[in-house]
Design a protein around this ligand. Structure first.
Ligand code: UD1
Ligand code: CA
Length: 465
């Protein structure tokens, strides 16, 4: 593997995104655009990563505060050449370095690595990644002589002949550190955009008798840059397809892959079946042999083998094997469900532990609770966890049975093996193996209805009938 420094240019303003969020922080398949570029560089062997940032410096630095990334600020956006100049002292000590553009998240580690390798093998002073495309509009054109690159002409500055060239500048380079900055200092801004173009170093290096070569990209898909929301959606859909195709190759069934979303850090076990309309986000891990029926949204959740999820939302939870969820459950952050738990329709769960084999089949709210094993929670049971100021915990021990439509007012404990009668409002501890009834006793008034009907018959007639 190659060993190099990578400089990522990300100081452009991204005006065409029309956004308050810096362009490179917009997400594609769950990660910011810039993260894709950083990951590709790191994966290819970059031992030091320098990002050139502009007006949005603070927000971008914050995002990467805990990562091994160095930042350099380009105060004014005077072009890609000027941007790279700002990294001069940061790249000191490396013999050669790679330059990437921060708005091109499709670049792969493989291509970066191959380019760096090619640069060394060719004994080149500069290597430019190029690609042949059907429509070169907007890109810099490669002016070649054999394997040597003589110049790069920006679209806006190209004459008719140059316009017809279909080999374009991908925007990824490898440079010898000792030569590039003196060449950059000779770059002027006498062009249509009044910018200092990085691409102009190619001509200057040639004039100095240095060797500039082209490394041609096999898959032009990697060229997709993001300048506006349409391109953001386009890249999302290409990358999404790649991710899902990858999981199908690993033995996961997608019944209608085009309707699903799977973030790039998600992992899915073999023989899991994903129905249409499933969204898997963040660092979600799904075990083997699971079935997930959409519409479902599962985020940052770990799911064991052989679970069944149907039409539900799950966020930051842990589910052991054989758990059944839904249809229509909402599992909010902090739930840990042991094996064979069942959470049924219209149940909301929050920050709760549920022991093995416990069932919460219908219409319940369970918040801040610790439930033991093999408990049955009847339909419509509410865990009353909030007193208007604080949240309190409810504990239900193994084998308890909570009757339908009960309220468990926290803090409260229902001890092992006990029963709560349907319709109870429980405010005190229920001892082991006992029955708690906390509701008004039923009274039957015999003949009450007949008396009432007779009385009403003697009443006032309505509408003359
Ligand atoms: C650039 C190339 C073009 C190539 C194309 C590939 C130049 C002059 N042109 O054009 O040959 O075909 O990419 O997509 O390099 N940036 C800064 N500071 C600046 C200006 C830009 O950091 O002052 C950053 C941007 O944030 C962006 C990258 O450099 O990530 C490329 O800039 P952009 O203006 O998008 O260049 P293109 O016109 O796309
Ligand atoms: Ca661009």
């Amino acid at each position: 593997m190659e060993d190099f420094t990578a400089v990522i240019l990300a100081a452009g303003e991204g005006v065409r995104m029309k956004s308050d969020l810096p362009k490179v922080l917009h997400k594609v398949c769950g990660l910011p655009i810039l993260t894709h570029v950083i990951n590709a560089a790191r994966c290819a062997g970059a031992n030091k990563i320098i990002v050139v940032v502009g007006k949005d410096a603070e927000k971008i630095k914050e995002t990467y505060a805990n990562e091994d990334v160095e930042f350099v600020v380009q105060k004014e956006q005077k072009g890609t050449g000027h941007a790279l100049m700002q990294a001069q002292s940061a790249v000191k000590g490396s013999t050669h370095f790679v330059v990437l553009y921060g708005d091109m998240p499709m670049v792969t580690a493989e291509s970066i690595g191959k380019m760096a390798c090619f640069h060394r093998e060719q004994n080149a002073n500069a290597t430019v990644m190029t690609a042949k495309v059907a429509d070169p509009t907007g890109y810099g054109r490669i002016i070649r002589e054999g394997s040597r690159v003589l110049d790069i002409r920006e679209h806006k500055d190209a004459n008719r002949q140059e316009m017809a060239i279909n080999e374009i500048n991908a925007g990824f380079y490898c440079f010898d550190t000792s030569l590039i900055f003196s060449a950059l200092s000779k770059v002027g801004n006498n062009n249509r955009q009044g910018e200092y173009y990085l691409t102009d170093v190619v001509k200057i290096l040639n004039q100095e008798g240095k060797k500039v070569v082209a490394f041609e990209l096999e898959n032009p898909e990697e060229l997709h840059g993001i300048n506006n929301r349409r391109q953001l959606a386009e890249v999302q859909s290409i990358m999404q397809k790649k991710i899902i195709d990858g999981w199908m190759d690993e033995g996961v069934t997608f019944i209608n892959p085009g309707t699903c979303m799977v973030d790039c850090e998600v992992k899915i076990g073999r023989d899991t079946t994903i129905y249409p309309g499933v969204i898997l986000e963040g660092k979600t891990r799904i075990g083997e042999g699971c079935t997930i029926i959409g519409p479902s949204r599962i985020k940052d959740t770990v799911i064991g083998d052989c679970c069944e999820i149907s039409m539900s939302q799950i966020d930051e939870c842990i589910l052991e094997e054989g758990v059944k969820i839904g249809p229509y459950s909402n599992l909010r952050p902090g739930c840990k469900l042991s094996s064979k738990v069942k959470v049924g329709d219209f149940v909301e769960l929050k920050n709760s532990k549920v022991g093995e084999g416990t069932k919460i089949p219908h219409l319940s709210y369970v918040g801040d609770a610790v439930l033991g094993k093999h408990i049955n929670i009847g339909a419509g049971v509410i865990f009353v966890n909030y007193d208007g100021y604080k949240k309190h915990q409810t504990v239900v021990q193994d084998n308890a049975f909570i009757g339908c439509n009960s309220n468990l007012v926290a803090p409260v404990t229902i001890k092992a093996g006990s029963y709560v009668a349907a319709g109870s409002t429980i405010t005190k501890e229920v001892p082991e193996d006992s029955l708690a009834i906390a509701r008004a006793r039923q009274e039957n008034k015999i003949g009450w209805a007949a008396t009432r009907n007779n009385n009403l018959k003697g009443g006032v007639e309505v509408d003359g009938k």
